[in-house]
Design a protein around this ligand. Sequence first.
Ligand SMILES: [Zn+2]
Length: 456
Amino acid sequence: MNPSRALLACFFAANLAAQASPESLRTASERLKAEAIRTQGAYADLAWLCDRIGHRLAGSPQLDQAIAWAQERLKAAGLANVHAEPVLVPHWVRGKESAQLLLPATRPLNILGLGGSVGTPEGGLTADVVVVGSFDELDRLGTAVKGKIVLFDVPYTGYGPTVIYRFSGAAKAAKHGAVAALVRSVGPVSLDTPHTGMMEYDPAFPKIPTAAVTIEASTQMRRMQQRGERIRLRLEMEAKTLPDAPSANVVAEIRGSEKPEEVVILSGHLDSWDVGQGAQDDGAGSVIAMEALRLIQNLGLKPRRTLRLVLWTNEENGLRGGLAYRDAHRAELRNIVAAVESDSGSERVVSFHLDLRQLGAEAKASALASLKGAVGGVMSPFGVTFQLGGSGADVGPIVDEGVPGLGMEHAGTHYFDIHHTQADTLDKVDKDDLAFNAAALATFAYALAQSEVGFR
Ligand SMILES: [Zn+2]
């Protein structure tokens, strides 16, 4: 054997010794699954979060309560290094809001102001409505919408292509002199449920109030316009933005037994919109990440690398949690093996997306192969697939800096039906799915922590 081959053989032997055997991983996973089903800890936490704390917008007292509660729960579980890392967050408040159709018929409309919107002048505003189906149609109308309310009635063709109307509708309408903008709620179906969400103004144009109407109301106004009827509407919104408020990311760990400096992050975001209970977005992601760490701790498993839970603040309207984490942890970003985020609901996990933003196609393919090699076997009973793709909004800022992101992707059969609505409540969450997801995440994170795998 020549020296280089001897060295290589040595390397492989050492590597094999250091890796957990597939057998021991599988045993650990079976125990994690049984424990998740026995304790139903994720569901119990989500029930408390939803029923006792409620929705949790950045800057709200409920989010502060959730941050304190999560730390208590994690300390009670005996986890290490439980603490809150301070973050300043935007503080938008909705206030009272209402809309009333005045012509061609009189009736109240169910609306939700969009996050970041300004309010109407005191006493509200009344104007005629112009319905458009696209930005192009709006541009063709141009100054014809001056002094009017523009309604973007755009059918849902998927979140990405449709959400741009919610995000930029007000800015585009203001450019042509509109006094307010309404957007058809971004979702595939509706039980007269308006969907809120973030919007952004263009500093070049006036800030006009903007709200979501339901699919029912939006399509009705389109029909009225098609019949040549004059549509007139009164809108009243008290929305305003207050000075930034103190908030925090919550952190807890199981320190690695052999390589504590190498870190696998598991995460979800604790904040939500100010409607419903934020059960699936993202109470579910938060509690399965909490439960995953707790299951590993309770079973006395000793990960070689550090497992770190991060419960992000302010995903919904600012991403300040993810940005602050990047800034505070720059020195150790090299040592973060992967940052896993669960933010696609409470239905069963179907895949993990590996997000490598600084690598070329070949390096990405080889990283994906190492991921499958490290965890594919032990994850096969969960029926999940592994692919390249996007990870999560909160881990985004560190993923941009080269940290490998891993998006835990859930079946989204009904995710967008209730996304950002009053209907995002606990009754839509399946207990068994939550236990399954907690066990899957625990297994996945533990297997990564036992391995030598790296993705960059
Ligand atoms: Zn979310």
